[in-house]
Write a protein that binds this ligand. Structure first.
Ligand code: DGT
Length: 232
């Protein structure tokens, strides 16, 4: 009877998810994830889950994103708690969508493995905050079923991202130095390429992302079949 009690997730949920592909687009800040998502949403039959950045900039009149950049030690936990909630909501909302393929920007995994890790490792997050977030993350990922079929990694150099960041002029991001993008890049490389930090939740498809927009759109077109069918 052992195997009957091993799974915490009901069998019917597993069956629903086997039929559904969830693709997560990963990459540094300003690596072009939104463009990639828009491209596939316009040219393929798939559901794209809305970006939560607007929520991070305005939750009942507060802006945790801006606060986090102004004073990461004070507001890092606040921001990451809210990011974790909005990411979890999005992973779970895939269940109620009609389409068989779903795409989302980033994931609850990169929020933890990249951003929380960066705050902690750079000495900006107290250990007790890190531990509490980790307990939440472990509980969520153990008890809720949020499978991913494929991670698409837009691999851009930190210098490219820095240029794109300056061009788009998002108010909150004016304080981001190149070194911050370098740290985020290294954490992504260790997770998705070197596979030396955290367990992968899905197979990874790498798309080099340093080229200009028309070239990137061609690349997405070329990768379409692999994006839509690789993974499990
Ligand atoms: P894109 O389309 O590749 O240019 O992507 P962005 O930059 O529009 O969107 P994204 O997801 O990289 O991030 C939006 C902002 O939120 C950016 O300033 C980075 C920040 N951010 C995203 N996720 C997290 C997180 O988990 N923690 C922290 N501290 N910041 C985050």
């Amino acid at each position: 009877h052992k195997h009957q009690t091993r799974h915490k997730v009901p069998l019917f949920m597993v069956i629903v998810f086997v039929m559904l592909r969830m693709i997560c687009i990963e990459g540094n800040i300003a690596s072009g994830k939104t463009t990639c998502l828009e491209y596939f949403s316009k040219t393929s039959n798939m559901e794209v889950l809305a970006e939560p950045v607007s929520k991070w900039r305005n939750v009942r009149g507060h802006n945790p994103l801006a606060l986090m950049y102004q004073d990461p030690t004070r507001w890092g936990l606040t921001m990451q708690t809210y990011v974790q909630l909005t990411m979890m909501e999005r992973h779970l909302s895939a269940k109620s969508k009609a389409g068989p393929v779903c795409m989302m920007e980033r994931s609850i995994f990169s929020a933890k493995y990249i951003f929380v890790e960066n705050l902690y490792k750079s000495g900006k997050m107290p250990e007790v905050d890190y531990v509490v977030l980790t307990e939440w993350f472990d509980w969520i990922t153990t008890n809720l079923y949020m499978p991913i079929s494929l991670i698409v990694y837009l691999q851009a150099s930190p210098e490219t991202c820095y240029e794109r960041l300056k061009q788009r002029c998002r108010e909150e991001e004016k304080v981001i130095p190149l070194d911050y993008l370098r740290s985020i890049h290294q954490l992504y490389e260790d997770w998705l390429i070197n596979q030396s930090s955290f367990k992968l939740p899905a197979p990874v498809l790498v798309i080099p992302a340093d080229e200009d927009l028309p070239a990137m759109l061609r690349r997405y077109e070329e990768s379409r079949d692999r994006v839509l069918t690789s993974g499990n």
